[in-house]
Write a protein that binds this ligand. Structure first.
Ligand code: ADP
Ligand code: MG
Length: 239
């Protein structure tokens, strides 16, 4: 029995072969449960983005298992995986990945439209998602007309639209000023309270402080893990 939305079991990832092979992840075990926010921290190159892409089914690991809502991703097949991504999974890419020919609102509602949901309902939840990151006024703008921070908020809105169960975010506050960054963390926290599991990469201790747990990666391994109370001391000590 577990209420884990995401389970990584012995996940390893190698890039390349032979002498030049890079071991990006080695034997990572990690669970993220309903209601939980987990922050991933670690130096550049420690495997944070790789961990997220594997958790989101964008990359299949070299070995180990990934289970989302009880479904083994390796068993799903391309259609099953695509459906899971449209319905259950929200992903904030480090470089946003917005579609330049779609407006902010269309970018946000795309996964729902692909899933065949009715237009009007889709529009409403899309606007709600934009409003949750204070950017509903830019609904008709195209990505190129938005600042980096605005684009990032649209990317976040797309990831949380329609009550996704698993939200994965790679440095979602990187392009945001500190007040907006805090607002985004509060919103992600709220999604967790509403039943989502949230895993994010961050470099900012004060954003990680919103998490229930902080997992530290180094050279592709989990080297430390703290619960939020103790994390405060640890992070303050590290400053
Ligand atoms: P982080 O997000 O913590 O900076 P990454 O997961 O991006 O770390 O990278 C972990 C390691 O894997 C690094 O050594 C990086 O150079 C390597 N790596 C990441 N993606 C690829 C790839 N597509 N091909 C080859 N090596 C990669
Ligand atoms: Mg990265």
């Amino acid at each position: 029995m577990t209420d884990a939305v995401l389970r990584l079991i012995g996940v390893s990832q190698q890039y390349g072969h032979g002498a030049t092979a890079i071991s990006a992840l080695s034997g990572v075990d990690l669970e993220v449960c309903e209601g939980e926010v987990v922050a991933i921290m670690g130096p550049s190159g420690s495997g944070k983005s790789t961990l997220l892409t594997i958790a989101g089914g964008l990359t299949m690991p070299t070995s180990g298992e990934v289970v989302v809502e009880g479904q083994h991703l390796a068993d799903l097949g391309p259609r099953g995986l695509a459906r899971l991504r449209r319905r259950s999974l929200g992903y904030v890419f480090q470089d946003f990945n917005l579609i330049p020919t779609l407006t902010a609102l269309e970018n946000v509602t795309l996964p729902l439209e692909l899933d065949g949901r009715p237009r009007r309902a889709v529009r409403e939840v899309g606007l709600e998602a934009l409003a949750s990151v204070q950017i509903a006024d830019k609904q008709a703008a195209y990505p190129d007309d938005l600042s980096g921070g605005q684009q990032q908020r649209v990317a976040i809105a797309r990831a949380v639209v329609g009550g996704r169960r698993l939200i994965l975010a790679d440095e979602p506050t990187g392009a945001l000023d500190s007040a907006t960054g805090e607002a985004v963390m509060r919103m992600l926290r709220g999604r967790a309270e509403a039943g989502a599991a949230v895993m994010l990469v961050t470099h900012e201790a004060r954003h990680a402080a919103w998490a229930d747990r902080i997992v530290f990666l180094r050279d592709g391994r989990i080297v430390d893990e703290t619960r939020s109370g103790s994390a405060d001391d640890l992070l303050l000590g590290a400053r």
